[in-house]
Design a protein around this ligand. Structure first.
Ligand code: AMP
Ligand code: GLY
Length: 420
């Protein structure tokens, strides 16, 4: 099969690596790809959100499968457009990707179908939002409705701060049109974890659990980022805990989407908080997490392509998905300054010699043929072991052998519960 992966980050490098192992994948392409992906796939420089150009390219190359990995093209309806052009595509249709594209939609879905989540109110009028805040207690959470690169969530420690956040979103358009509608929600407490699941429109099969670390600095300090590292498993759950998550969250979500005429096919992401009252949904995403995918996919033993085909064809219940029995950890190495401004173009050394799986994100080959930094999150180093401590130590052994100017990484991935 000739396969195209859409995207160009560490997640897509992990997806390409898993696909490369499949006996049925004979030709692998990635658009736009990056410096690391270029070693295992043919990269084509088309932006992941350039839907028309991507469809035209896919038609021209006659791909047997197009795997749309990032949120924006999914929310824009790239899978629908590929299908309309007669191509086979993996990922949710636009009407199901809305679970990530609109927090107002996903909160409404959870309310309607009694799926546990934080209590909330929705506002498209700033004055009404401010008036509501006067009746609430801090801490309180303010979220922009639309996609905001994971940055549209403000945890306000005082009601005054909450009002400032609302004003910045609704009047100053800090997150563009994503903040025209805001969600104001109850502040929940407890460890967080990510549960990704394969979905075929009817059946939903959870993967191993994971946990990412969104803050930029150690001890969960600093700004929110796309994710600075991840571990599997994400929490120490009993069979009863897993059953509760499945029965109260995973299955009701799939059923709710079917009932709404929006069956979900692809990878669904449940961002969960294990609160004192039980597991609750913090957010849904319509795709693999980044960096969660980099920690999860190397543990997949079943042929990835077989699972993808089953999701598309609606026979996921026939596939026995197996995982390597171990723990894993990935540590993101970022450019100094990330998630704010940072310099690019610094040479990266040590990847080949470090002896670890390294997934590349913001990298490229420069005119002199050297691998250099070209983004905020530069790469992601994988480690595994029998215990979580072994996996973490292993990932950091790899990190110690890689270097580029002004590199920045967290030293406590997997050692904290993450996500303050
Ligand atoms: P989200 O983009 O909705 O996943 O939010 C980003 C992060 O903000 C989450 O991973 C949580 O750490 C935090 N967060 C979001 N909503 C809440 C909430 N209701 N209570 C506490 N923390 C939250
Ligand atoms: N790591 C969080 C996300 O992919 O949304």
């Amino acid at each position: 099969m000739k396969v195209l992966v859409v995207g160009g980050g560490g997640r897509e490098h992990a997806i390409c690596t898993a696909l490369k192992k499949s006996p049925s994948v004979t030709e692998l392409y990635c658009a736009p790809g990056n410096g690391g992906i270029a070693e295992i796939a043919t990269c084509k420089n088309i932006g992941a959100t350039d839907v028309d150009a991507m469809v035209a390219y896919a038609k021209e190359e006659k791909f047997d499968l197009v795997f749309v990995a990032p949120d924006d093209p999914l929310v824009l309806g790239m899978v629908d457009k590929m299908q309309e052009a007669g191509l086979r595509a993996f990922g949710p249709n636009k009407n199901a990707a809305i679970i990530e594209g609109s927090k107002a939609f996903s909160k409404g879905l959870m309310k309607k179908y009694n799926i546990p989540t934080a209590k909330y109110e929705l506002f498209d009028d700033e004055a009404k939002a401010i008036e509501y805040l006067d009746s609430q207690k801090a801490p309180i959470v303010i979220k922009a409705d639309g996609l905001a690169l994971g940055k549209g969530v403000i945890i306000a420690q005082t009601i005054e701060d909450a009002k400032v956040a609302v004003h910045e979103m609704m009047s100053d358009h800090k997150f563009g049109s994503a903040g025209n509608t805001v969600v104001i929600e109850e502040f929940m407490t407890g460890p967080e974890m990510t549960l990704l699941a394969f979905a075929d429109g009817k059946t939903c099969v959870p993967m191993i659990s994971s946990r990412d670390h969104k803050r930029a600095n150690d001890h969960d300090e600093g700004l929110n980022t796309g994710g600075m590292g991840a571990v599997t498993p994400g929490a120490d759950l009993t069979d009863a805990d897993n059953k509760r998550i499945y029965d109260e969250i995973v299955e009701p979500t799939m059923k709710a989407l079917i009932a709404e005429g929006r069956p979900f096919k692809g990878v669904i992401y449940f961002g969960l908080m294990l609160t004192p009252e039980g597991p609750k949904v913090v957010e849904y995403n319509c795709r693999f997490g980044d960096p969660e995918a980099q920690a999860i996919l190397p543990r997949l033993e079943t042929d990835f392509m077989e699972i993808i085909d089953a999701c598309i064809d609606g026979n996921l219940d026939k596939v026995d998905i197996k995982w390597k029995d171990c723990c894993s950890c990935v540590v993101v190495m970022a450019s100094g300054g990330y998630p704010l401004s940072y310099a690019k173009g610094y040479e990266i050394t040590g990847i080949k010699e470090c002896g670890h799986l390294v997934f590349q994100a913001g990298t490229k080959i420069n005119d002199e043929g050297k691998l250099v930094t070209s983004g905020g999150r530069v790469l992601c180093v994988y480690g595994e072991g029998k215990t979580s401590d072994e996996a973490i130590d292993s990932a950091y052994e790899g990190v110690a052998k890689i270097s580029f100017k002004d590199m920045h990484f967290r030293h406590d991935i997997g050692r904290t519960l993450g996500n303050k």
